[in-house]
Design a protein around this ligand. Structure first.
Ligand SMILES: [Zn+2]
Length: 492
C-alpha cells in the first residue's frame, strides 16, 4: 500500500523586525499534532487538507506530522525552529518507510543561525526519507529559493496568485506530479533562474503580471514542461538567497527546464519596473489626504503592515492626520494590547488622556499622547474573511475617538481584510475623508468600490518600501532596484 507523510511548517520572517518569533506565535496561530482535520479550515491549512482528501480518495495511507504556522514576524528563535523541525523529523523517522513526503512550507522562514530554514529542513527530510522517496513542496511566492531546496525536493510548486487564492489548486498540482513520479510516468528535473530583482508584484492590478501568469499557465503540460513557478521573493529579508527566481520543472530533460526558466525569468525581469507596485512617499500621501473628494481616500500604511512582519503600532499617519486638521478619518488596526486593556478598565464613554501605539520595537517610533473617548469595547472580536476561510480572531477590540479620528485597536496583531471590519465595530466608512489601514495590498480589490483612490504609503516603519533606506548587508548584489540593471538587458 502506498504510504505518504505530510506536514506544515512556515512563517514569513522580516529580518528587519527586532522582535523574535518564539514557539507561542506558532502555537497561537496554526498548530496541530492531531492532523490537519483537528483545526479550523484556513488558507494555510488548505494544502494539507487537500492532500489528505486526495490521498484517501486514492486509497493511500496518510501519516501526518506536525502542522505549524506563525504570522509574519521577526527572526524565529533557534530553539523554536529546531524544536519544530526535529519534531517533524522524528515523526517522519517513526513513520517508517514512506513513498512520498508532502510539505506545506512558506519559504521565507529565517531563524537564528539559519538563513534558509526550508533548505535546511527539506535536506534533513531527504536524509531520513532516502533517495527513492518523492518529496513535494508547496511555497508562498514571497519565499527565498535556491539550489539547496530545489536539489533536496523532487517537486517545488509556488502559489501562482497574489493576493493568494490558489492554495488548493497548487496542492492538487503537487499531489498530481508526485503521484505521476511515484508511478514512474514522469521524471521531474528543476531549473532555477535568478531574476536579480526585488519588490512587490501583485497580480490583480493592470500591467504585465496578469498576461505573464496566463502565459506561464498556458506553457505548462506542453513541450516537456511539467510546472512553472515565479517566486516573487520576500523583500524585507536580508539573506543571501533573497530575490525573485523563476522555477521550471521539466520531464527528464534538464536543458528544457533551463531554457524555460531563462525564457520566463528574462521576460519577468524585462517587465520588473512596470510589474512592481508603486509606493507613494509619505508627504505626497498626506497632501492627497487633505483633498476632499466624493468618497474616502484609502491610505495603506505598508511600512507598518503586520502581514509582512511589522508590529502594527506606529503613529506616523495618525499623527499626520491630526496635525493636518483632518477629522473625518478612521484608522485600523492598531496592535496595542496595553491600550485596549486600559480602555476596558475605563469603560465605554470614558474620556481620558492616553498613550497610543509606539510601544513594541524601535521601528514603532514615538507613541501618541492624546485625549481619547472610548466608543466601543468588544471581547473576542472577529473579522470576516473574503474567501471560504473562517473569520479571523482579533482578540479584544477597543474603538476610541482621538481629535475626531476613530481608531480601532486590538489585542491580536492582524491586518484589515474586509471593509466590514469598520462597520462591524461601529465605524462608518462612507462619511470619511480618509481611511487608513496597516496593510500592503491584499485589501485592494475589496476596498476599490468604496474609495476614490488607494495609495500605498511609504511611511517610516519595519516594512519600509524605500529599499535604498533599508540596512541590507547580506542581500546578493547586484539586485534591482538597488542596482539599475543587474542582468544587463535594459539596452538590448
Ligand atoms: Zn505571500
Amino acid at each position: 500500500m502506498t504510504r505518504i507523510f505530510l506536514a506544515t511548517l512556515g512563517t514569513e520572517t522580516n529580518t528587519f523586525a527586532s522582535f523574535p518569533t518564539g514557539l507561542s506565535q506558532f502555537r497561537n496561530y496554526v498548530w496541530s499534532e492531531q492532523g490537519i482535520a483537528a483545526i479550523p479550515p484556513s488558507h494555510t491549512s488548505a494544502p494539507a487538507r487537500t492532500w489528505v482528501r486526495l490521498a484517501q480518495a486514492a486509497g493511500w495511507e496518510v501519516v501526518e506530522g506536525l502542522h505549524a504556522r506563525a504570522r509574519p514576524s521577526g527572526t524565529v528563535t533557534r530553539a523554536a525552529y529546531e524544536h519544530m523541525r526535529d519534531r517533524i523529523l522524528a515523526q517522519l523517522a517513526q513513520a517508517g518507510p514512506v513513498d512520498a513526503v508532502l510539505l506545506n512550507l512558506h519559504g521565507a522562514m529565517v531563524a537564528e543561525g539559519y538563513d534558509d530554514c526550508e533548505g535546511d529542513f527539506v535536506s534533513r527530510v531527504r536524509q531520513i526519507a532516502g533517495p527513492a522517496t518523492r518529496i513535494g513542496v508547496i511555497l508562498d511566492p514571497h519565499a527565498h529559493v535556491d539550489h539547496v531546496l530545489i536539489d533536496a525536493a523532487d517537486i517545488v510548486v509556488i502559489l501562482k496568485t497574489y493576493p493568494h487564492v490558489d492554495y488548493e489548486e497548487r496542492a492538487e498540482e503537487v499531489f498530481d506530479l508526485v503521484a505521476r513520479a511515484m508511478a514512474g510516468k514522469i521524471e521531474p528535473v528543476t531549473a532555477i533562474f535568478d531574476c536579480r530583482c526585488m519588490g512587490i508584484f501583485p497580480l490583480t492590478r493592470p500591467g504585465p503580471m496578469p498576461g505573464f501568469m496566463a502565459d506561464l499557465c498556458a506553457a505548462e503540460g506542453r513541450d516537456g514542461i511539467l510546472s512553472l513557478s515565479l517566486n516573487h521573493g520576500f523583500p524585507w529579508a536580508d539573506v543571501p538567497n533573497a530575490g525573485a527566481k523563476m522555477l521550471a520543472v521539466a520531464d527528464g530533460d534538464r536543458a528544457v527546464a533551463e531554457r524555460a526558466a531563462r525564457k520566463f525569468g528574462e521576460r519577468f525581469y524585462d517587465s520588473r519596473a512596470e510589474a512592481a507596485l508603486p509606493f507613494t512617499p509619505f508627504d505626497e500621501a498626506m497632501a492627497e489626504a487633505a483633498v476632499v473628494g466624493d468618497k474616502p481616500l484609502l491610505l495603506a500604511d505598508l511600512a507598518d503592515q503586520t502581514g509582512s512582519g511589522a508590529p502594527g503600532d506606529t503613529t506616523h499617519i495618525l499623527r499626520a492626520l491630526i496635525e493636518a486638521g483632518i477629522r473625518r478619518a478612521a484608522i485600523a488596526i492598531f496592535w496595542d494590547p496595553l491600550a485596549v486593556g486600559v480602555c476596558f478598565d475605563a469603560g465605554v464613554g470614558a474620556r481620558f488622556r492616553m498613550r497610543i501605539g509606539g510601544k513594541f520595537e524601535p521601528y514603532s517610533g514615538p507613541p501618541l499622547d492624546a485625549e481619547a473617548e472610548v466608543l466601543l469595547l468588544r471581547r473576542d472580536a472577529r473579522q470576516a474573511q473574503q474567501t471560504g476561510s473562517n473569520s479571523l480572531a482579533l482578540g479584544d477590540v477597543a474603538v476610541i475617538r482621538v481629535e475626531g479620528i476613530e481608531v480601532l485597536m486590538a489585542t491580536r496583531r492582524v491586518g484589515v481584510f474586509v471593509p466590514e471590519l469598520f462597520e462591524d465595530h461601529g465605524i462608518t466608512i462612507a462619511d470619511k475623508q480618509v481611511i487608513a489601514i496597516k496593510n500592503l495590498y491584499k485589501h485592494t480589490d475589496v476596498f476599490a468600490p468604496l474609495v476614490r483612490k488607494q495609495l500605498y504609503v511609504a511611511a517610516p516603519g519595519t516594512s519600509n518600501p524605500n529599499w535604498h533606506e533599508l540596512p541590507f548587508r547580506r542581500l546578493p548584489r547586484p539586485m534591482w532596484p538597488l542596482d539599475p540593471d543587474p542582468l544587463g538587458r535594459d539596452r538590448s
